[in-house]
Design a protein around this ligand. Structure first.
Ligand SMILES: [Zn+2]
Ligand SMILES: [Zn+2]
Length: 250
């Protein structure tokens, strides 16, 4: 499977990256994990918008889903419209929340563009991928994902504080895309986000093959995030996510 980081900026787009979006490809099937602020633009560097086959949304904070509104426009009014409704696995509130964000009443409903399926913890098949969704620790209904294909696997934390479920999702994965939103300081809130050190601790417990620190918040010094991760007791390779980075898991 091929994993492309489309967007890895945390909480809002940065100068060099949109907010969260990851493109996973196998057997010609293309699946997105999240479609956050600004991601629809950068996504077009990597695929036609009309070649995407499915989307999984980790949670409904804007930096993970708000470009669904723009994508609705592309799929509802694009040159070959109507396009088939795209499968979207998301928290159950997604159709109403995204419809409200767009301001739907005078438009075709978002369900014409997207075929929403409500996420719950568990494992399901999406095209050639096996996807496991697990609830992680964030102030809203939020999922981490493990995606497997052909004996290779990737885990994505979404947004979370420290989480045993995240360790479970990432156990033995080849690639662990783990959020590192916080720089260490006294009094960090629980059940919200991870520091680089905590991301590395999760990767160590999970025995992940490679750790990529993501959801990098633009106001942080990312060298500090990386340095803190290096002190987390994880023995594998650690790097900062970068928009446009590609990982071939073979
Ligand atoms: Zn976020
Ligand atoms: Zn969030």
């Amino acid at each position: 499977m091929k994993v492309t980081i489309v967007g890895c900026s945390g909480s809002y787009p940065g100068p060099d990256s949109p907010a969260s979006c990851y493109l996973l490809e196998a057997e010609g099937f293309k699946m997105l994990l999240d479609l956050g602020s600004g991601a629809l633009g950068a996504l077009q560097r990597h695929t036609s918008l009309y070649d995407v086959d499915a989307i999984c949304l980790s949670h409904l904070h804007a930096d993970h889903c708000i470009d669904m509104c723009a994508y609705h426009v592309a799929r509802t009014y694009g040159p070959q419209a109507p396009y088939p409704a795209l499968p979207v696995y998301a928290p159950a509130d997604a159709p109403t929340r995204l419809g409200d964000a767009y301001g739907m009443p005078d438009e075709p409903a978002m369900e014409f563009a997207f075929d929403f399926a409500a996420l719950s913890p568990g494992t399901f098949e999406v095209g050639p991928f096996t996807v496991t969704a697990g609830l992680v620790n964030h102030p809203v209904e939020a999922y981490g994902f493990r995606v497997s294909h052909g004996g290779r696997s990737v885990a994505y934390s979404g947004d979370t504080g420290e989480s045993d479920e995240l360790v479970r999702l990432a156990t033995g994965v080849d690639l662990f895309l783990c959020e590192a939103s916080f720089v260490e300081r006294p009094g960090l809130p629980a059940d919200l986000h991870l520091t680089g050190r905590q991301a590395a601790q999760h990767a160590a417990k999970a025995g992940a093959g490679r750790l990529v620190l993501t959801h990098l918040v633009p106001w942080n010094d990312q060298a500090t995030v990386l340095e803190e991760a290096a002190g987390g007791g994880y023995g594998g390779p650690i790097e900062l996510a970068r928009s446009g980075a590609v990982y071939e898991l073979t």
